[in-house]
Write a protein that binds this ligand. Structure first.
Ligand SMILES: Nc1nc2c(ncn2[C@@H]2O[C@H](COP(=O)(O)OP(=O)(O)OP(=O)(O)O)[C@@H](O)[C@H]2O)c(=O)[nH]1
Ligand SMILES: [Mg+2]
Length: 415
């Protein structure tokens, strides 16, 4: 199971690993995409997450029960009925949704298979535990797709809701839906008047185009009224949510793909270092012990680094080249010879002067001690092989993380 959130988390992880592999501008471009997706209002997944808010007894829990078609939340005449927030969620919730509920400390979760991909959070009333409720709503808002403010005919002008909530949270107004509940208590004339009055009070709060549904979630001894249009609206929003989630996934995938291309990882991260390095190292040992010369030994490593640098390309290739330039390799090979007490054999084609110089620099060609050759090979491994491996490994991990992004996106698409 996977979702947009895990694909995005993995993209962020890859971005964090891109240092030294990609240049700053490329990293920033991907980070910008990730930030845009993350900052997107609403729940980052393909579940439509809505919260019910409003005054006590307005009918929040009854509305949830009416949408669910069965009793999920306790309703009642004794106020407040809902003391702790509860969530009605799909029976195979996406991980991001579970994490959201964990973060919001909403422990009461009721699984449903009535409306897959819809999650409804029923909040306790606002007026009995004002501060608590306000905190919940404010923490919730950036992470849910919509808040449904439920009003009843008696308290629809409740100043707390209008002044302390709606008009304070206008930046989220696109996510607001309004329900006028208990319309069974009103005649047709009263309903039109009251509806118009509710809309004008919401406009006074600063909501530019309030979307109001009037319904009766739980009329006594009768079936709910106007629930179907509301359910239909939610279903349409579900489709919209699927489109939005698809777009987010597309953005994450494109950012990951771009990073792979920029890092030259499209054909895979492997350059076969493990297979190639041992023979390079062996040929260096051979060059030293069989009289091909110190420079020849250095060149063998240099050529290998050049090949790796060309194959990996980009900033990484340059960094590899810089970290193991010819002078650096020379220093390492010299130190490896010193440490292992191995003297390069005199070059077979050298003349008298050459041999004298060789003797001056490296001393007499005595018989090698049996340990010096393996010790030299180990030194090469420690001084050059391990460092090259580490750099290439980091690049491979970066590549693997980007492949993971692609896998997460595909899993999320096929959920
Ligand atoms: N007449 C009528 N009564 C309703 C309707 N909807 C809910 N009620 C009644 O109103 C009372 C309160 O409903 P709840 O759903 O518990 O209200 P709530 O908003 O969840 O209340 P809290 O949990 O206290 O915040 C219950 O007795 C419901 O049966 C409706 O459409 N018409
Ligand atoms: Mg309730």
């Amino acid at each position: 199971m996977s979702d947009v959130v895990s694909a995005l988390d993995t993209l962020d992880l890859a971005i964090g690993r891109a240092d030294g592999i990609l240049d700053e501008a490329d990293i920033k471009a991907a980070a910008d995409v990730a930030a845009l997706v993350r900052d997107r209002r609403g729940f980052l997944g393909d579940t439509l997450v809505v919260a019910l808010a409003g005054g006590t007894g307005s009918g929040k829990s009854s509305l949830l029960n009416a949408i669910a078609g069965r009793q999920v939340a306790e309703t009642g005449v004794l106020r407040p009925t809902t003391e702790e927030a509860l969530a009605w969620i799909p029976d195979d919730p996406e991980p991001g949704l579970v994490e959201l509920l964990d973060r919001l400390e909403i422990d009461a979760r009721y699984e449903q298979h009535v409306l897959p991909k819809l999650a409804i959070i029923d909040l306790p009333d606002h007026d009995s535990i004002v501060l608590h409720h306000q905190q919940i709503v404010e923490r919730l808002l950036p992470h849910v797709d919509a808040v449904i403010w439920v009003f009843d005919p008696q308290k629809y002008r409740d100043p707390i809701i209008h002044d302390q909530y709606i008009s304070q949270l206008l930046e989220y107004q696109d996510q607001f839906l309004f329900v006028l509940n208990q319309i069974d208590l009103l005649g047709q004339h009263d309903l039109s008047e009251l509806r118009a009055d509710l809309i004008s009070s919401l406009t006074e709060d600063g909501v530019s185009t309030p979307r109001v549904f009037d319904l009766a979630a739980d009329p006594p001894n009768a079936l709910p009224l106007n629930i179907e249009p509301f359910r239909a609206f939610l279903s349409k929003s579900l489709n919209g949510k699927a489109v939005a989630a698809g777009k987010m996934l597309g953005d994450v995938r494109r950012a990951g793909k771009q990073l792979r291309e920029q890092a030259g990882l499209e054909k895979g991260a492997g350059v076969g270092f493990d297979e190639r390095w041992p023979s390079v190292r062996a040929s260096v040992v051979q060059a030293i012990t069989e009289g091909l010369g110190f420079d020849d030994a250095v060149c063998r490593i240099g050529d290998f680094v050049t090949a790796l640098s060309v194959e990996t390309g980009g900033l990484f290739g340059t960094q590899l080249r810089d970290a193991y330039s010819y002078p650096v390799i020379e220093q390492h090979v010299t130190a490896a010879l010193d440490e292992s007490d191995l003297k390069p054999a005199a070059r077979s084609e050298r003349g008298r002067v050459g041999r004298a110089l060789h003797k001056f620099w490296f001393g007499d060609d005595g018989p090698e001690s049996p340990e010096s050759i393996p010790a030299f090979a180990r030194q090469l491994e420690d001084r050059i092989g391990n460092g090259l491996f580490e750099m290439l490994w980091e690049r491979s991990v970066f590549g693997a993380t980007l492949l993971q992004v692609e896998i997460e996106v595909r899993l999320a698409e096929n959920r």
